[in-house]
Ligand binder design. Structure first.
Ligand SMILES: *Cc1c(COP(=O)(O)O)cnc(C)c1O
Length: 481
């Protein structure tokens, strides 16, 4: 993908695959979109897929599969125990990460559940570059707290730093000093999700994990978004330019005691698991797998998905395949920048991230600008993004509501799913919205769940701004959808 240049000099990402199975899309008219978002409590998680034209909610479990993945699913070996399918998956993980043991789990958060239950005691601290929603929920459920030690540049929305996911090593040093004896583990998250799919460098990873090991602290890699991070190390870290994707993956894994992942992202299928370097650590977690997930040779996954993951992991080692996502995201980000729309820079993995605080400077934090913008984007284009701001945070135990470091709307780019013209449609509708941003108001809670409230909480507009926005769309676009 990176090797093809256009004669015109234009920077157009070129797919190194062709489409062989398609799904028809539906784009309801704006009046119907207005009804749908209201019924969904202004929460894009609660929209019905039939009402969505471009589903940019997540890349989780919705990446297009390859012909070879589908073919592999047909030869899956069905068995509760001792399936050959499991052996193939285990062997592939061992080949890539060089770790002896593998505990399967039905998805990423299930791996987090097992890790937190095993290693986090009340009062413990888990140090990490940045939290992920489900990770933090499991750690706090076990009585632990999370310390986020990402470099300051990590939460600077407009930056030229190529590795915004890097740990601040001074902060890590002082965290280790302060929490001697009760640090559960150090966790590094590849392709740091909540700060915009931003990578860390191999160099930073090596120093941070060495510091932990020198202090007897366990090291854990969340590899769910590893594929983007591998691409960025290969293309942005000069010292690694000569390395293959496989070599980079192995060099990263070599820094850790445990590597866990969501195969809804890593491996283009649906599942997850925990790779473990040594037997003693493996045995501490092992009993929880049959208790919460399933027997040790499937862990809640179907054999067909396990076959697809095995092939998907192998495909992840191919730069032509993993560069598609980041290049489409970069294209979309650049097009939005050309139109003066505030986005997180540099473009990361996972999706394109709009900066809702700058998009909607007239809104207060407690009007949930990112949530309001996500609802507005759906009304304007039938495009489903995800709020990644204050709504995605939890309240403190005393009920106070911390404002998120960043108010973002993530427009995820599921791999190999959208075409460039669809991306341009999204850019066009967002540009229209930006020109009409003064029409967008805030949100307030109607039903607020206690944990992971963003998944199923319900809100409403704090005025009739959504009706006004739909009416403006109708005026400007005539009878167009
Ligand atoms: C998605 C994700 C998880 C959780 O994985 P699920 O399969 O959705 O449970 C954990 N960590 C990161 C970084 C993720 O992106």
């Amino acid at each position: 993908m990176t090797k093809v240049k256009f004669f015109s000099g234009e920077n157009i990402p070129l797919e190194m695959h062709k489409v062989r199975i398609v799904q028809k899309l539906n784009l309801p008219p704006v009046e119907q979109r207005l009804v749908a978002i209201k019924q969904a409590g202004c929460n894009t998680f609660l929209l019905q897929n039939r009402d969505v034209f471009m589903d940019m909610l997540t890349d989780s479990g919705v990446n297009a599969m390859s012909d070879n993945q589908l073919a592999a699913m047909m030869v899956a070996d069905d068995a509760y125990a001792g399936s050959e399918t499991f052996n193939r998956l285990h062997a592939k993980l061992k080949e890539i990460f060089g770790m002896e043991f593998f505990l399967p789990a039905h998805q990423g958060r299930a791996a987090e559940h097992i890790i937190a239950k095993t290693f986090v005691k009340p009062g413990d601290v888990v140090a990490m570059n940045f939290h992920f929603t489900t990770t933090k929920a499991h750690i706090t459920q076990c009585g632990g707290t999370v310390e986020e030690l990402v470099s300051d540049e990590g939460i600077n929305t407009q930056s030229s730093c190529l590795f915004k996911g890097n740990m601040d090593l001074d902060k890590l040093q002082s965290c280790i000093q302060r929490n001697k004896g009760h640090m559960a583990f150090l966790r590094l998250e590849a392709g740091t999700n909540l700060i915009g799919g931003q990578p860390f460098s191999l160099e930073n990873c090596r120093v941070a994990t060495k510091l932990a090991h020198d202090n007897g602290i366990l090291t854990v890699l969340d590899a769910s978004l590893l594929q983007d991070n591998l691409h960025f190390i290969k293309t942005r870290e000069a010292a690694c330019a000569h390395m293959s994707i496989r070599e980079i993956a192995r060099a990263l894994a070599d820094c850790f005691d445990i590597v866990y992942f969501s195969a809804r992202k890593l491996g283009f299928a649906r599942g997850g698991g925990i790779c473990v370097r040594d037997k003693a650590l493996n045995d501490r977690m092992m009993e929880l797998v049959p208790m919460f997930e399933g027997f040790l040779t499937y862990g809640g996954m179907s054999v067909r998905e396990m076959e697809a993951i095995t092939v998907g992991l192998d495909e992840t080692m191919d730069e032509d395949i993993i560069s598609q996502g980041p290049q489409f995201i970069r294209f979309m980000t650049d097009e939005l920048i050309k139109r003066g729309i505030p986005v997180v820079t540099p473009a990361g993995g996972l999706g394109c991230h709009l900066n809702a605080r700058e998009f909607l400077p007239h809104l207060q934090g407690n009007q949930y600008p990112a949530g309001a913008l996500a609802a507005a984007i759906y009304i304007a284009g039938g495009i489903r993004g995800m709020e990644r701001g204050t709504l995605s945070e939890q309240r403190e135990p005393d009920g106070t509501e911390p404002m998120a470091a960043m108010e973002l709307v993530r427009l995820a780019m599921p791999r190999r799913v959208f075409t460039l013209s669809q991306v341009m449609y999204a850019v066009d509708r967002i540009e229209w919205l930006f020109k009409n941003r003064h029409l967008i108001g805030g949100l307030r809670w109607v039903e607020e769940p206690g944990t992971l409230r963003f998944f199923f909480g319900k809100l409403e507009a704090d005025s009739d701004w959504q009706e006004q926005l739909a009416a403006a769309f109708r005026r400007d676009f005539g009878d167009s959808l």
